[in-house]
Design a protein around this ligand. Structure first.
Ligand SMILES: [Fe+2]
Length: 394
């Protein structure tokens, strides 16, 4: 019997069930319908000839747009047993057909929304993998997403890259796509700093755990310590109690010491940095360093396509892009002069500019060419379900 050969996931207490049920996760079927709904809502619904596929879908597949109306609560998307997946695929085919003439000859406004819709869909492609990982990890018999072989990480010496004081320019410029939160490009004063050539590894994070890092309030911000104490946290969310194995899309396997440590919350990343005698970089420091790295490494992105686990960069490269989303110490707030787009689509980024922190770089699950050195991802400081790690600065 297959089940007898697989370790049963530890049962959770009622409190842990609430803490670990991850109300942020959505089913893959929901992601497919929601990204389709985005095109229907923002590009097709204003077309007089367009026939809405199903009037109930706006309630079911609106994510967070208050201007569009009421919606299924995020934490209850998993309860949507209907529509069936086949209906969601029919919905997509219906929307694809109606979109074809717009894709062939868009107006200027349509072209802007079409490009936004494609980048939005790429964001959800990455979220599908992160959510699938969480779902599989909570199965009583945790199952791998992929049977592909694991790629071992090569040890890379840690060294510091030095930057002098400078009035730096950060933010998107040029004609390529960016989200509104990357604008406008502006100046930020940087005092001299050093940033690590690589991300923090599993072996390094294990030293923090072995040194009692999760039991010493001196390393933690106040809210982080409250989370550690209340939820009795003592390791990254996908590590086993003995800190010998972790669960990722390849299933449960031995922790690779040289692999970048992943699925850290902001509080864990920040506490580790303090324990290590360093700090998290600001997003401006990160962006300046990543831009230089892109010029020196020859390519901003280390890997050419998504992998199912983070892999350390080849020695000699700095891999600012495409390994893990890297926590910065910067709160996610508007750049000076930021303006959200008019209309419902203006809710895309702007309204989330409080109580979250900026992450940079993209991760191994990010579709190729989706991220940029100016790209600002953001998550609340207590979440660790996204593929996030850290790079030290001082
Ligand atoms: Fe979305």
């Amino acid at each position: 019997m297959r089940a007898a050969t697989v370790a049963l996931a530890a049962p959770l207490s009622a409190e842990d069930q609430v803490a670990q049920s991850m109300p942020d996760a959505s089913p893959t079927k929901w992601h497919l319908a929601h990204t389709t709904w985005f095109f229907e809502t923002f590009l097709l619904s204003s077309q007089p000839s367009y026939r809405v596929f199903d009037e109930t879908f706006t309630y079911l597949f609106n994510s967070y747009y208050n201007a569009i109306g009421e919606r299924q609560p995020r934490a209850e998307r998993g309860l949507l047993t209907r529509p069936a997946l086949t209906t969601v695929h029919e919905y997509r085919a219906h929307v694809d057909e109606a979109m074809a003439p717009i894709v062939a000859a868009p107006s200027e406004e349509q072209a802007t929304l079409l490009e936004l819709g494609i980048h939005h869909e790429q964001q959800h492609q990455e979220l599908i993998l992160m959510d699938a990982l969480h779902l599989l990890s909570r199965h009583p018999f945790p199952t791998p997403y992929t049977t592909a072989p694991l790629e071992p990480s090569v040890e890379q010496d840690q060294r510091w890259i030095r930057f002098g004081s400078d009035m730096a320019e950060i933010g998107h410029h040029g004609s390529g796509f960016s989200f509104d939160n990357e604008l406008p490009r502006h100046q930020q004063l940087l005092t001299g700093f050093e940033i690590s050539n690589r991300l923090v590894t599993n072996a390094e994070f294990a030293q923090f755990i072995a040194d009692g890092g999760y039991h010493n309030p001196g390393w933690w911000l106040s809210d982080g310590w409250a989370a550690v104490s209340n939820r009795q946290l003592n390791r990254p969310i996908y590590w086993d109690e003995g800190t010998e194995t972790l669960f990722d899309l390849h299933g449960t396997h031995e922790i690779d010491p040289h692999q970048p440590v992943s699925h850290l919350s902001f509080f864990e990343a920040d506490a580790y940095a303090r324990w290590a005698g360093a700090r998290l970089p600001t997003e401006a420091e990160w962006e300046v360093a990543a831009r230089q790295s892109a010029a020196e490494d020859g390519a901003a992105r280390y890997r050419s396509g998504p992998t199912h686990h983070p892999v350390a960069a080849t020695p000699g490269t700095t891999a600012f892009m495409g390994t893990l989303w890297e926590w910065t110490s910067s709160p996610y707030i508007a750049y000076p002069g930021f303006r959200a787009a008019p209309g419902a689509v203006g809710e895309y980024n702007g309204k989330f500019m409080n109580n979250q922190y900026v992450l940079r770089g993209g991760c191994h699950m990010t579709p190729p060419h989706h991220s940029r050195v100016t790209y600002r991802n953001f998550f609340p400081p207590h979440t660790g379900w996204q593929a996030s790690g850290l790079r030290l600065a001082r």
